[in-house]
Design a protein. Structure first.
Length: 427
């Protein structure tokens, strides 16, 4: 064992996991990514959390005895604690209790390097803490709660007001960043850039894919949420158009709304992109693979058009038969195509590049006139988003000249007819 590995072990905090289900694979990955050394797990099989203390009374007494015999620094709760549950658990067990949301936030805090990422994490943490502070203020006007929010520098009511003011400042700064991001997005579009978002579950291989496609040097680690900031590179080789690739924050199942909202600007990169590469780890067991697909679908739809999604099955070098996974992926998440790749061997990368290039090829030329009237401007806006519009001339009528994809041709013709438009002869 190296000196660095010894140092890392010394920094790890000891923990035990408390869970109501045996489905612990993802939670164990989170604990490991957060740097905890899990010494043991305590399972109470029940349909749902107990109202007051998450676990039942019998399990609570059992945990008290267990913690005396095998003390740990932290209890990791595989679930989302209500403020009252968190308060009662820590007071009964006299140990810091970290639920799933706080665990994710702790990981985010160590992975946020850009100014925007740090602000997004801070916003999520403050939104999470406010209800807990209300509970704390209600139950304990003074004294330090074990492990709670870093504890005790301020009186609890003053600290509560400080958090509210800090959240307001963070919201204002992030709103300005959102506006700047929107302006940059519009400028790229005007300059003719096409955009591709690399999306998918955390630790699926998104950064590795960006590094290969765009010849980038993004951080690649075998742990969850190795990076939170978006990284943008230019697609190299095999395409005539200017295509920008953006790596985005990893998905995670069952995140509360405020967490998704806190990282909205990062997730928006997926929604505004011309194409989304949904990266799924093909080496996962079938049940995990399906769950990740369903989680991804819940985040992508209905904002993303299925025809703008290519599913990328990563880690092909670790899979014996990828065909079954490809069929399952296509049946779970509607998409235009499924491509299997390996970032290690390079297998499948030429096919992926070709699929991306074909997405941005507009081989069909069209010219037509539209009468001025209701629905025309909305149709023109759609054309600018989905085709290569060469010109729009306004006169007695609106004359449009564009190139489109073959799959869009019939749809455009139908909409032109519905608006009482007419084709323009090119002879």
């Amino acid at each position: 064992m190296t000196a660095n590995e010894n140092d890392h072990r010394d920094e790890e905090r000891t923990a035990a996991i408390v869970t109501l289900t045996e489905d612990l694979l993802e939670f164990e990955d989170l604990a490991r990514s957060a740097g905890y050394s899990v010494l043991y797990e305590s399972i109470q099989r029940r349909r749902g959390p107990a109202r007051n203390t998450f676990v039942g009374k019998g399990k609570l007494e059992e945990l008290k005895k267990l913690l005396k015999e095998r003390p740990v620094q932290v209890l990791l709760i595989n679930g989302d604690l209500r403020p009252s549950q968190h308060y009662l658990l820590e007071n009964e067990l006299k140990v810091e209790c970290v639920d799933r949301i706080r665990l994710v936030l702790n990981i985010f805090s160590t992975r946020a390097f850009s100014r925007e990422a740090r602000l997004q994490v801070l916003r999520a943490r403050l939104r999470y803490e406010i209800p807990f502070l209300r509970e704390w203020v209600h139950n304990a006007k003074s004294g330090e709660h074990p492990g709670f929010l870093g504890a005790g520098e301020y009186e609890t009511d003053a600290y509560y007001e400080l958090i509210r003011r800090q959240l307001s400042r963070v919201e204002q700064e992030l709103a300005k960043m959102d506006r700047d991001r929107s302006l940059r997005r519009d400028q790229r579009k005007k300059r003719g850039f096409c955009t591709v978002a690399i999306a998918g579950y955390t630790n699926a291989g998104k950064s590795s894919l960006l590094n290969i496609l765009a010849d980038e040097r993004s951080l690649v680690e075998n742990r969850m949420f190795s990076t939170l900031s978006t990284t943008t590179g230019r697609l190299e080789e095999g395409v005539n158009k200017q295509i920008l690739l953006t790596d985005t924050i990893g998905f995670l199942s069952d995140l509360p709304h405020f967490m998704i909202e806190s990282f909205k600007s990062t997730i928006d990169e997926i929604y505004y992109a011309d194409l989304a590469l949904l990266v799924i780890d093909a080496s996962d067991p079938d049940d995990v693979f399906r769950k990740k697909l369903e989680t991804s679908a819940g985040i992508l739809f209905p904002e993303v058009d299925p025809s703008s999604i290519i599913i990328v099955l990563s880690k092909l070098d670790k899979v014996r038969d990828v065909r079954a996974k490809a069929i399952l992926a296509a049946s779970t998440v509607p998409c235009q195509e499924v491509v299997a790749v390996s970032s290690m061997s390079g297998e499948g990368m030429p096919q992926l590049r070709e699929a991306i290039a074909l997405t941005f090829q507009f081989p069909v030329e069209m010219r037509f006139r539209l009468p001025h009237g209701e629905g025309v401007e909305a149709f023109l806006s759609w054309l600018h988003d989905h085709t290569e519009v060469l010109s729009v001339d306004y006169g007695d009528s609106v004359e449009v000249h564009l190139f489109c994809r073959e799959k869009d041709h019939s749809n455009i013709v139908s909409r032109v007819v519905a608006l009482k438009g007419t084709p323009v002869s090119t002879a």
